[in-house]
Design a protein around this ligand. Structure first.
Ligand SMILES: NC(=O)c1ccc[n+]([C@@H]2O[C@H](COP(=O)([O-])OP(=O)(O)OC[C@H]3O[C@@H](n4cnc5c(N)ncnc54)[C@H](O)[C@@H]3O)[C@@H](O)[C@H]2O)c1
Length: 250
């Protein structure tokens, strides 16, 4: 039986993970960590340092503020972690890389298989279309989302830059300047409203033709399924940083 600590257990994704794990025969949640206090089927602590139970893996859908405590716990106890929280700073991503030298760490801005396929297609399209197209990335999410652009939009930006194989500047706000679009920028646009689960679109706008690649998530379960799979995958792995590429190529 795989024992899980769920970080952010009282949030939207925490609830979806709790329900999904309840359906698994070989996995159980032994403790949760959340600033909110809710009555759940397992004990909930406000900090990792308070957790009493032993576990095989951590699943994290919480807030960047939670990361320090999570990494300290993970490294001290040797418990692998699947970090799904987005909006992390570059320093925080470096801290995950550092922790991965001693304990297996899984990190992905998007846990859906479809999005990871989209990223591969974006990289390919950027390789083929190269300088011939201007790239714009548009994402839409529900009105409760805190970070913008989404972690997935940043992941798609990285995929496009990798495909182009040259330095590009992400442009988040064109309203403050009046000038033509330079060739070396990628536009990043965020829409927030209602209960939109997650829409991502990458436009390659060339001369007289436009190629559009897109993904639409219809429920949060697509991310939960990926996270639960990743948690099972991480048990017993060697310390290093893992991502969805490792999971889908297993
Ligand atoms: N990687 C992915 O595929 C993916 C998919 C969906 C959501 N996410 C990310 O997961 C995170 C959570 O998403 P959500 O929709 O469940 O958000 P949410 O706001 O509903 O839930 C976050 C939970 O974390 C708790 N929390 C906040 N700060 C904390 C702290 N310092 N210590 C402990 N708990 C704390 C909150 O009380 C809340 O219950 C976000 O960063 C979101 O962008 C990632």
């Amino acid at each position: 039986m795989i024992k899980v600590i769920l970080s952010g257990c009282c949030g939207h994704m925490g609830k979806v993970i709790t329900n999904l794990v309840a359906e698994q025969v070989d996995m159980t949640i032994v403790a949760g960590v959340d600033l909110r206090k809710e009555e759940l089927s397992y004990p909930v602590y406000s900090e990792f340092s308070d957790v009493q139970e032993t576990a095989d893996v951590i699943i994290d859908f919480s807030h960047p503020n939670c990361l320090d405590g999570l990494l300290a716990y993970s490294v001290n106890k040797g418990v692998p972690a699947v970090v799904c929280t987005t909006g992390l700073s570059c320093c925080q991503i470096d801290a995950i890389r550092e922790a991965a030298k001693t304990v297996p760490m899984f990190f992905s801005g998007n846990m859906s298989l479809g999005i990871n396929l989209l990223a591969a297609l974006v990289k390919k399209a950027a390789q083929v279309l190269g300088d011939k197209a201007d790239i714009e990335i548009i994402e839409a999410h529900h009105n409760l989302k805190l970070d913008a652009p989404s972690g997935t939009a940043n992941m798609l930006l990285d995929a496009a830059i990798e495909g182009l194989d040259k330095e590009m500047i992400p442009e988040y706000d064109r309203h403050s300047r009046r000038q033509q679009r330079p060739k070396n920028e990628i536009g990043m646009h965020s829409i927030r409203g209602g209960t939109i689960v997650g829409e991502h679109e990458v436009i390659f706008a060339g001369k007289d033709e436009i190629v559009t690649l897109s993904h639409s998530a219809r429920s949060k379960e697509v991310f939960a399924v990926g996270a639960v799979k990743a948690a099972a995958f991480m048990v017993g792995k060697e310390p290093r940083l893992y991502d969805m590429t490792d999971l889908v190529s297993e």
